[in-house]
Design a protein around this ligand. Structure first.
Ligand code: DX5
Ligand code: ZN
Length: 218
């Protein structure tokens, strides 16, 4: 299973060093949480910071857009170096068009679902996506608790992907740590996003990643 280290939990005064430490510690992807203060309450950063993250690593840059009207920013994030761009189902009126646009720009396209949005809403878009992101907290903040009922939702998403023989990644985001990462792997997750468990670890990102791997047994 891949681990995507979320820079939302890093020390913003040392983003490049924190990313290098995560890369050295075996992170598979760098997860970039973009928040607009509208779709979610908080404001984080935009393409300029994504570009700085791009310069700091050769790992895939996994950009999670928690923004209303993401279409206006797709090109800027791909230009900044995003390898994957994920938009929220709840934020896109013309989701298919948005997904196709991301791919046209040369990135992989993901669709994220808030905890209360049903997997059933994915049926029509599933054949077009490279990644499904199941939010296991309400997006907007790091350090929240995992919503337990999301494990059943992940199993449903896994079954839906398998039913159409999709190779899309199944990513889960929010409240992931040593206590639940192995169960999420067993439920069919292929990419676990971890912010606090990596950058918030008392001994740093390298130790946080090692602890997650230890619990995964990999
Ligand atoms: C939440 C973000 C997450 C966040 C996860 O809105 O999408 O990526 O960084 O943080 P932790 O791992 O601390 O729950
Ligand atoms: Zn995220």
């Amino acid at each position: 299973m891949k681990i995507a280290a979320s820079i939302l939990a890093c020390d913003f005064g040392r983003i490049a060093e924190e990313i290098s430490e995560a890369e050295g510690g075996g992170a598979d992807w760098i997860h970039v949480d973009v928040m607009d203060g509208r779709f979610v309450p908080q404001i984080t950063f935009g393409p300029l910071v994504a570009r700085a993250a791009r310069k700091a690593t050769s790992l895939p840059l996994d950009v999670h857009l928690m923004v209303e009207g993401p279409d206006a920013y797709l090109e800027a994030f791909v230009d900044a170096g995003a390898d994957l761009v994920t938009v929220h189902q709840e934020a896109c009126v013309h989701l298919h068009r948005t997904v196709e646009r991301i791919k046209e720009l040369g990135a992989l396209a993901g669709v994220a679902l808030n905890p209360a949005t049903s997997c059933d809403s994915l049926v029509e878009i599933l054949p077009f996506v490279d990644l499904v992101l199941v939010m296991s907290v309400n997006p907007g903040f790091g350090g929240q608790s995992y919503i337990q009922t999301m494990t059943a939702k992940i199993r449903r998403a896994r079954a839906m992907l398998d039913a159409i023989a999709s190779a899309a990644e199944l990513e889960v985001d929010g409240g992931i740590g040593p206590d639940n990462i192995a169960a999420l792997h067993a439920a069919g997750v292929s990419v676990a996003v971890a912010g606090s468990a990596v950058f918030g670890h008392a001994e740093g990102a390298r130790a946080g990643l090692a602890e997650l791997r230890r619990h995964l047994g990999t």
